[in-house]
Design a protein around this ligand. Structure first.
Ligand code: SF4
Length: 118
């Protein structure tokens, strides 16, 4: 695994820990609940952390804004988009679309991978 991928995974782990273990009060010790369901989480904080994570993805791994918005435009017109998630892969499309290595999971993808030199 490349150094960047390792760093990305570490960042993702930290973000996931923030999402699932965030305590509302800073005085309160952070709770880590790896078994929580999304319905048990504070949705506002969950999505804030998700958007923060997307904003701070490594530039080498992330698509530029034009590609990102084009991908999301495809998702917006797709019947498989449901409440921000792709019904085929289960990903939040805003996160999936941010990564160069990802593609739409349909058999005939609506958007494709971006190579690093593109
Ligand atoms: S990733 Fe592809 S299948 Fe999923 S919602 Fe977006 S366009 Fe539709």
């Amino acid at each position: 695994m490349e150094k960047k991928e390792i760093k990305q995974r570490e960042n993702l782990d930290e973000t996931v820990e923030k999402i699932i273990g965030a305590a509302p009060d800073k005085e309160e010790p952070r709770r880590f609940c790896r078994k929580c369901l999304t319905r048990e989480m504070d949705q506002t904080e969950y999505f804030q952390n998700l958007h923060e994570y997307i904003a701070h993805l490594d530039k080498d791994l992330k698509v530029d804004d034009t590609v990102y918005e084009a991908r999301l435009a495809h998702c917006k017109t797709c019947d498989d988009l449901y409440q921000g998630m792709c019904r085929i892969c289960g990903c939040y499309v805003e996160l999936r679309a941010a990564m160069k290595k990802n593609r739409c999971p349909q058999v005939h993808p609506r958007w494709n991978r971006v190579k690093n030199d593109e």
